[in-house]
Design a protein around this ligand. Structure first.
Ligand SMILES: C[S@@+](CC[C@H](N)C(=O)[O-])C[C@H]1O[C@@H](n2cnc3c(N)ncnc32)[C@H](O)[C@@H]1O
Length: 148
């Protein structure tokens, strides 16, 4: 893991604080109101979604970056639901087929090298029919705006 990862994890909450307060927190709350049962969150980062989980039986947060996991640890005290932390990569989830009711992904897919593999893994671990993927994502475009 590079210095870039260490810095990103160290600054992540500070960089996003204004957006979280103004609008992102509300979007997270709206999205996660639909999370239920046994929940897997991929790329949980520093735990920005943690305060918004309510009616959840068990939450597994998968986060492969150790610097992010270090920031996440102290926030577990804020959680109102039982939480486990995993170092799982979304492209190779170490979980049984059909073992989750909900999978959550927020601002993660722009960083996953093989998003198709991750989507196939999500589909595999979600319970058929009733299982749901809740996502709040953005992608990088092309050209000048994307470079900026
Ligand atoms: C921009 S952060 C978003 C963090 C958090 N989900 C949020 O909404 O604030 C992207 C996260 O995805 C994680 N990530 C990157 N590649 C991943 C992968 N292959 N599997 C799971 N998580 C991954 C990163 O380590 C990072 O914590």
């Amino acid at each position: 893991m590079s210095i870039r990862h260490r810095l990103f994890a160290a600054l992540y909450d500070r960089m996003n604080a204004t957006a979280e307060r103004r609008w992102m927190g509300k979007r997270r709350a709206d999205l996660l109101a639909d999370a239920h049962g046994v929940v897997l969150e991929i790329g949980g980062g520093t735990g920005a979604n943690l305060p918004y989980y309510r009616d959840v039986e068990r939450l597994v947060i998968a986060e492969p970056d150790p610097f992010m996991r270090k920031k996440l640890g102290p926030k577990l005290a804020q959680a109102r639901v039982p939480v486990e932390i995993s170092d799982a990569d979304a492209q190779r989830l170490p979980f049984a087929d059909e073992s989750f009711d909900t999978v959550v992904s927020t601002l993660v897919f722009c960083t996953i090298p093989d998003p198709q593999a991750a989507l196939m893994e999500i589909r595999r671990v979600l319970r058929p029919a009733a299982g749901r993927l809740l996502f709040l994502e953005h992608v990088r475009g092309e050209g000048k705006v994307a470079r900026w």
